[in-house]
Design a protein. Sequence first.
Length: 503
Amino acid sequence: MKETEKKGLRYQIQKLGKHGAIYGLGSVSSKAIGFFLIPLYTHFLTPADYGVLQLISITLEIISVIIGLRLAATVFRFYHETDNDRTRKEVVSTALVGVFAISTIVIAPMLVISPWISSIILSDAHQSLLMRVALISLLLQLPLSVVTSYIQVKEKSGFFVSISLSRLIGGAALNIYFVAVARIGVLGILMSTLIVDAVAGSVLIPYFIRANGIHFSWPWCRKMLRFSIPLIPSSLASMATHASDRYFIRAYFSLADTGIYSLGYKMGNSIHSLFYVPFSQIWNARRFAIEKDPDAKVIYAKVCTYFIGVMCFIGLGISLFAEDIVAVISPRQYWEAARIIPLIVLCYIVYAIEDHVSTGLWLSKKTERIAVVTLITAVVNLCLNFLLIPKFGMYGAVAATLVTFIIRDLGLYLLSNRIFPIPFEWGRISGIFLLCMILYMISDQMAEMNLLLRTAIRIGLWVSYPSAFLVIFIEKGERQHVIEAMSSFIRKFFKRKICITSG
């Protein structure tokens, strides 16, 4: 292939499609593995144990953002700044050495004061062993994040997904052994992660060193820090919005309440992982290409409407069957989690709208305004958590999250609309939400029916949504195009499945 052909639009789209499909497969597979582990956790861990696990996980994420300095993310930015192979090796190696050095310097003292950290996070200094195991695992994970960034920037998507799935499957197998057989609970889950990270490190770090050697450049390190450090406040603000409620529930109620809320949050948040994330991986690239179209603004508006329509369909399905799913995968002590799942689903549908209302800011490269909105809404979320959670518990946490996401969408929309006004179809979008609410309220009246009849009616309500969506919210001229696109997708999907099966 000629160099000019390699730089063509068609070639780039093919590359995006190929790697996007592989990453999408990996994302869905990883979430599926995580979902199938939920029954293991809920049947062998008490709600308090599950709360401990979630608080430790969130705490590690916060620590990783602070001490990792987002250096792994700089690999994507600086690797392609030069075509010189030696310089590229120096860039990625500097990132690895920098992350390892900083991680060691910071985590080593934290291992010593782990009883104090445990007393703050878990209100129990005797849980320090759990924190030590988690911190050692983090010490391995941070350098590995640089290696996986390097694999991604080299566009070895198959290798990346293979590594990710191998780590997930290995971790799942060890979790089953430590939790269900050895019966060592949360410690077993953390030990599983540590073992998997140690094995991955023993394979991937030598691979990285053979490919790049070991170099360290102060000039490159300074460039990386100047680029990455401003990202940290925004990352922490985003984490505060998505995860601070767990700390508030622990402070005002109990670890058991934290565990129940975390299960409901994880189930409701699955719509974000399974649909929004794969969509955004494609959309974040495609929206820049659409800008050149004469009807770009109309296309952006239509895509938003269809996106919300599909997301509401998936969210409605999760909400209609939430109680039955939770009853199947967990013992009675977790069942209260089902009550908040539809509300969390609503939160993350609202959150997903930001990807559309912020289009103008992305097109005009005004991303610093997105960071400002993120910081402001994080403060709002913390204040709402402080006010609502003590009075309303889990429902106060959900209300704080929903209000925060609405304010975030509104702020991004107002800023973006001043730069690049898009005629979003707010009337249709409101109607879609109303339709889902009506169908869910009808379903809620079936709670006292026997399981078979209740399930049949709820399936009927869920299946009726696509027909109502096409008839009510899609204009006649668009309807045929939508039906043809859906039919084409279904034919290709089943054709591929048949080919794979026969092969």
